[in-house]
Structures are given as C-alpha cells and as structure tokens.
Write a new protein. Sequence first.
Lengths: 116, 117
Amino acid sequence: GAGVSQTPSNKVTEKGKYVELRCDPISGHTALYWYRQSLGQGPEFLIYFQGTGAADDSGLPNDRFFAVRPEGSVSTLKIQRTERGDSAVYLCASSPTGTSGAYEQYFGPGTRLTVT
Amino acid sequence: AQTVTQSQPEMSVQEAETVTLSCTYDTSESDYYLFWYKQPPSRQMILVIRQEAYKQQNATENRFSVNFQKAAKSFSLKISDSQLGDAAMYFCAYRSSNTGANSKLTFGKGITLSVRP
C-alpha cells in the first residue's frame, strides 16, 4: 500500500510569507505526528494528532505555527510570517494509534522549507 | 523529560567490516522503547531495529544488532558485514510506553556513517 506522502517536496519562500505543508498519512492510521529537522540535527517533535484533535502541541515553537487535521486524515502544517530560522526539513509520520508506544511510526520523505 | 545523546558525529567503516554506533539516553521511566532509524540522502526515515526495555534479550535484524544496557542507559547499534548501501545518517530514538501518553519520538543528533569500498 501507499506510504506517507508529503507535498511539496521542496518549498522556497521569502521571509514574512505564509506557507502550508501537507501530509497524507497511511490510510487508517489515526495518529499523525509532525517533526522538524534542522540541518545537522535530529528531528524534533512539533505536534501530535489522535484523530482530528491535536492531542499534544507542546512542540510548536510559537504562535506562528499551527496545524490542522479536519477529517482525521490529511494534515496541514501552517506557518505564518516565516523567518529564516524556520528553514528546515519538516517530517510527517503516522501510526495506527498514538495511545500505545508499541506501534511503529512511518515517516514521509519530508518537505524542505527554505526561507530567503 | 527524556534525552538521547549521540556523541559521535561521524564514523567510517570498511566495506564488509563491523561498526558500532553509540547512543546513551536519560529517563526516569522503567518501561519504554528504543529505536535506531536510518536516514539516507532521500530523507526517508527507515526503521532499522527496535528494543523493548522490558526485554533483556538484545534485538537483532539480519546484519543489525543492538547492545542494550538498561542500567547504564546505553543502546548501541552494531552493523556487521557493512555494505555500501548502509552509508547514511543513523538516529537513536526513545519513546515512552505509557498508554495514553503522547507516543512521540525523542531523537539524538544523529551520526553520519560512511562506508569505504
């Protein structure tokens, strides 16, 4: 079956602009995670959805970042007033459920965001 | 909060030889999961191997095995018979096993493994 997909693969935007990054999880997976990976670093947690609701958004760095998952499937990460420090690879992962650590998280290929 | 430390930024291994990648972690929990992920230049995170903390036996997956030392909070990855395709970044990661808790992954900084032909 299809894996996790993310679009666009690469996004270049100017400082101050608004961007949306999309994640299509594996069909039937109720848990969805967003991570941010800065150059030379490991991924850092941003937000976790269980179904349609954000169960934990403690990793979002500030109020310029927001994510939605209105129908419990596709998720969109939204960044307002982008800054150069937002440049990173944004990874999405899905899992059959997030309420148990036993399940594997399946990652998408990420979106590389570059803010000029 | 849990932390994962990978102190070696880079390692190199000769093709067909064995290499060990180190990882330490800190947690106050008694039950959890540990993972090694591989990230090639394509950016796709691929699960290499996982270990449940309650299991004393070290996990193995073909050429990949771990040395899990729970008391020392150490979790190293051994790659045997290294192949050119093993060249990638490798990340050690931790996840709580508490049901109902956020099952997010906490990653180390990663290590870049190169394989010499």
